[in-house]
Write a protein that binds this ligand. Structure first.
Ligand code: NAD
Length: 319
């Protein structure tokens, strides 16, 4: 089997590679060729979380698991708090194929999902990108979004305003003017990415103009929330996986409140595969509830293994 160390990932896989791999697996999910296995997630005490996201993509010939979690004591030990590794297996024989560092891949596959939603659902003439959130993932989100539309400027709000200059530096690197705004300033945005760990809605229905596309990427657990549920009732809602959207995604609140039903939510893979309509008018609000599925991790890990084999950086071990 191959080992692709975390330290090699940045030199191997580009945002474009991640976009292509995640788009293919979303389409395979919609066609019934790929599915996610039930997620295991355990609280270990003292704020530590550990779990397993796994699945099978028959079309991509990939089966495997991402094992990972959140360890708040790591920063004091000089490590990042989120730690994950991906293990791939041959779907025909069950033999292990590869172990791949999963930390950077997680950021790339999450940003890819958001960018796919913008590419498929945002108005073609979108010019203003709104960012709600300015943490670790936000930088990847901004870079990926900038690849799929010709944005002319970025406006941003963050609960902790002191974190905004780091995001502003990424915008500057991309050649985009950057301005910190209050939440009601988001009315100027054509696309809004939310990527926070908030426990309650920050962005309200009144902060969003008709025709906006939202990629709500931060809510991946029961109890997190980024936007007011009324916004989902006003929008056409899409997701990576409906089962996750209604339980751990942003839609959990609107569904629990009876504002929308599970049947109102369209898998983005169905749009990619030509099985469902995306945006229906320039005035429509579209909202992608990105919850993060195991198949995204397997797709980008598979791409990393292929590239590592081609470039000779994969370490081969016999087990
Ligand atoms: P981070 O810790 O680096 O940043 C957290 C962000 O949330 C910051 O912008 C912070 O200011 C903001 N925030 C914290 N408390 C808040 C509050 N009460 N109200 C509003 N904002 C608040 O985290 P990160 O790595 O950037 O991850 C952000 C979120 O994305 C997390 O919830 C994480 O679990 C989630 N995530 C989702 C996926 C997915 O596939 N959907 C993948 C990775 C991470």
């Amino acid at each position: 089997m191959f080992i692709v160390p975390e330290s090699e990932i940045a030199g191997l896989i580009t945002p474009e590679d991640a976009f292509a791999a995640v788009e293919a697996t979303f389409a395979a999910m919609a066609r019934g060729d790929a599915y996610n296995f039930p997620v295991v997630r355990e609280a270990l005490g003292e704020g530590r979380q550990y779990g397993f996201k796994s699945g099978l993509d028959r079309a991509g010939a990939i089966m495997g698991v991402k094992a990972g979690g959140y360890f708040p004591g790591n920063a004091a030990k000089g490590m990042i708090n989120h730690q994950s590794s991906v293990f791939l297996f041959d779907p025909d024989t069950g033999r292990p194929i590869a172990m791949v560092g999963g930390n950077l891949l997680t950021a790339l596959r999450t940003a890819a999902a958001s960018a796919i939603s913008i590419d498929r659902l945002a108005r073609k003439d979108a010019k203003v990108l709104g960012m709600v959130g300015a943490g670790h993932q936000a930088q990847f989100q901004l870079r990926a979004a900038a690849k799929v539309r010709d944005f002319e400027r970025v406006i941003a709000w963050n609960y902790h305003p002191d974190m905004l200059p780091t995001l502003g530096a990424v915008a500057a690197e991309l050649g985009l003017p950057f301005e910190a705004v209050e939440l009601d300033g988001m009315r100027a945005a054509d696309v809004i990415v939310t990527i926070t760990s908030a426990p309650a809605a920050s962005l309200l229905d009144a902060h969003v103009s008709p025709g906006t596309h939202l990629a709500c990427m931060g809510t991946d657990t029961k109890g997190k929330q980024e936007v007011e549920p009324a916004l989902l009732a006003r929008a056409r809602v899409f997701t990576d996986e409906v089962a996750q959207s209604v339980t751990i995604g942003e839609a959990q609140h609107a569904v629990a409140g009876g504002l929308i039903a599970e049947s109102d939510i369209t898998p983005i893979g169905a749009v990619i595969a030509g099985l469902a309509e995306g945006r229906q008018s320039d005035d429509q609000i579209t909202l992608f509830d990105g919850t993060g599925v195991g198949l995204q991790d397997l797709a980008v890990a598979g791409a990393a293994v292929r590239l590592a084999q081609e470039t000779g950086v994969a370490v081969t071990v016999t087990i």
